[in-house]
Ligand binder design. Structure first.
Ligand code: FO1
Ligand code: 5AD
Ligand code: SF4
Length: 328
């Protein structure tokens, strides 16, 4: 049975929904944001029509990824409401939502927990030095603010995805410090399901003038991360940002076991389209790796989900098991 084999690499069949691209931060490596007020927010009717089309496709995760409205802005309440409504809609239509929309208040997180099977926020890097450079105009990237999110997620028992953005001006030592901080929080709350090691990849919109993170460095970063992180945290890498097949395979050999959400468009890095799932499978299989789909929540967190979310998850488990049986 394939599920018991050790040579498994997972991915999440996903689609990314963007409530708004407007963002009050200006991270200089960002290729996603627009200035506030430039484009209308995604309406529920528009989302419904997108989701209807997805129902006949092999999509399970809806990644809700957004630009941010300032916590003190009069528009903040409507923004959070729109995100909540989009999650509720996706859930009602049979998908499993995972929200990553920047730092939230404790109450905002608590509210979104009801309509998300898991949530995410990248730590990026903990060093405060970046507040003088790439994050100079990005108050949401204050390290304490992001660490606080991870702690609240633990207190609220929200299965959580976080990660590091590599190659934005930090030192090697900064990587290990950030990974140790994630490990420490996980030891307290057992809530981190995966850590993304995301290589900075320049796009056409950004102002940060730096080369891409050297993919040849990734396998050794992964190997060391594997030593620092507790074994129940999966290491995720984005295959579209590691374009050389041999290096992708080297990353997996070094300990990465998940390829994240594979969706038609990578909203964060639109200049780097994803390979088809079948193409990825053909890269991995000859080296003995089996690529299999996973849900946006890992099985060990089943007891943390509300009854409604648990039911949604159960339906997918049934569907995936019946597919697997029909293959064998
Ligand atoms: O499951 C997740 N995947 C995350 N992913 C991976 C994502 O699922 C896919 O790689 C694509 O971005 C989907 O469009 C990220 C990818 C990025 O480029 C940057 C940040 C994230 C953050 C998350 C996240 O919080 N949760
Ligand atoms: C949503 C996440 O996307 C990542 N992100 C933002 N811009 C880039 C880029 N140019 N290259 C790679 N990752 C990026 C950050 O880690 C952010 O938290
Ligand atoms: S990376 Fe996120 S927080 Fe930073 S500018 Fe882009 S959308 Fe805003």
């Amino acid at each position: 049975m394939s599920s018991f084999s050790q040579n498994i690499v997972t991915y999440s069949p996903a689609y990314t929904i963007v409530p708004t691209y407007e963002c009050f931060n200006r991270c200089s490596y960002c290729n996603f944001r627009t200035d506030p007020g430039q484009r209308p927010w995604l309406t529920l009717a528009e989302a419904k029509s997108i989701l209807q089309q997805l129902q006949s496709q092999n999509v399970c995760e809806i990644l809700i990824l957004s630009g941010e409205v300032h916590p003190h802005s009069p528009k903040r309440k409507a923004w959070l409401e729109r995100i909540y409504d989009l999650c509720a809609l996706a859930l009602k239509m049979g998908f499993l939502p995972h929200t990553n929309v920047g730092p939230l208040s404790f109450e905002e997180m608590q509210k979104l927990k009801n309509v998300n099977v898991s949530m995410g926020l990248m730590l990026e890097q903990l060093t405060p030095q970046l507040l003088d450079t790439v994050h100079r105009h990005a108050p949401s990237k204050i390290p304490e603010v992001r660490l606080q999110q991870l702690q609240w997620a633990g207190e609220l028992q929200i299965p959580f995805t976080t990660g590091l953005l590599l190659g934005i001006g930090e030192t090697e030592n900064d990587w290990w410090e950030t990974l140790v901080a994630i490990s420490d929080l996980h030891q307290r709350y057992q809530h981190i399901q995966e850590v993304i090691l995301q290589p900075h990849s320049p796009g056409s919109q950004q102002t940060f003038d730096a080369p891409p993170f050297d993919p040849h460095q990734l396998p050794s970063v992964i190997a060391k991360a594997r030593q620092i992180l507790p074994i129940d945290i999966t290491i995720q890498i984005p295959p579209n940002l590691i374009q050389d097949q041999e290096w992708l395979l080297a990353c997996i050999a070094a300990g990465a076991r998940d390829l994240g959400g594979i969706s038609p468009k990578d909203e964060v890095n639109p200049d780097y389209p994803h390979l088809q799932e079948q193409t990825l499978r053909e890269i991995l299989q000859p080296r003995g790796w089996e690529l299999i789909p996973r849900l946006p929540v890992y099985p060990q967190f089943a007891s943390w989900l509300s009854e409604e979310l648990g039911e949604g998850v159960k339906k997918y488990h049934l569907k995936m098991n019946s597919k697997e049986n029909s293959r064998t």
